[in-house]
Ligand binder design. Structure first.
Ligand SMILES: NC(=O)c1ccc[n+]([C@@H]2O[C@H](COP(=O)([O-])OP(=O)(O)OC[C@H]3O[C@@H](n4cnc5c(N)ncnc54)[C@H](OP(=O)(O)O)[C@@H]3O)[C@@H](O)[C@H]2O)c1
Length: 159
């Protein structure tokens, strides 16, 4: 199994506000889709509920402590370990939110981060701090929308 994480983050690692994204850039959405399509996506219950529906053309796995939880179009598990067991032969993308990135960080061999050159003082969820010297940084591309610059960067964990 390979585990990658994918997130769009602000200058202070801001991820979300009021259970929604802070920034909605078309190119970032397209990159997310292209990168994760045909793979398995693992997410927390709150992130799942922030989506209009399960993500198409991907195996969707939702983590919750609620043993009765039902998620249309998704498989439900009750711990990160259970998620990893269920998709041990898959190419897995951890797609958030903050609590799930935090718990999977030690297991992820790569991080696809859209680094947005903006901040959001009212953000309420943040990507975990990570030690950049533990990773090899690969710059993928630069973009701009609505006057805001953002970079697509891949961090590959040193072996
Ligand atoms: N910028 C980005 O790229 C990006 C990506 C994804 C999400 N987001 C944003 O992040 C925010 C949501 O993040 P969040 O941290 O609040 O929520 P979350 O991580 O999506 O979901 C949290 C929920 O996951 C379940 N959970 C977490 N750890 C668990 C464990 N060990 N065992 C069982 N269940 C567990 C619990 O569900 P129950 O309460 O049901 O038990 C918990 O309440 C939103 O604003 C969203 O838009 C941003």
């Amino acid at each position: 199994m390979s585990i990658a994480m994918i997130a769009a983050i602000g200058k202070n690692r801001e991820l979300g506000i009021n259970n929604d994204l802070i920034w909605h850039f078309k190119e970032d959405m397209a990159f997310f889709r292209q990168t994760t399509v045909e793979s398995t996506v693992v997410m927390g219950r709150k992130t799942f509920e922030s989506l209009p529906k399960a993500l198409p053309k991907r195996r969707n796995i939702v983590i919750t402590r609620d043993s009765d939880y039902k998620a249309e179009g998704a498989e439900v598990v009750h711990s990160p370990q259970q998620a990893m067991e269920l998709c041990e032969n898959d190419k897995v993308f951890i797609i958030g939110g903050a609590t799930i990135y935090e718990q999977f960080l030690p297991y992820a061999d790569s991080l696809y981060l859209t680094e947005i050159d903006a901040d959001c003082p009212t953000a309420d969820t943040f990507f975990p701090a990570f030690c950049k010297t533990d990773y090899h940084r690969v710059f993928l591309k630069q973009s701009e929308e609505n006057g805001i610059q953002f970079s697509f960067v891949l961090y590959q964990k040193n072996k």
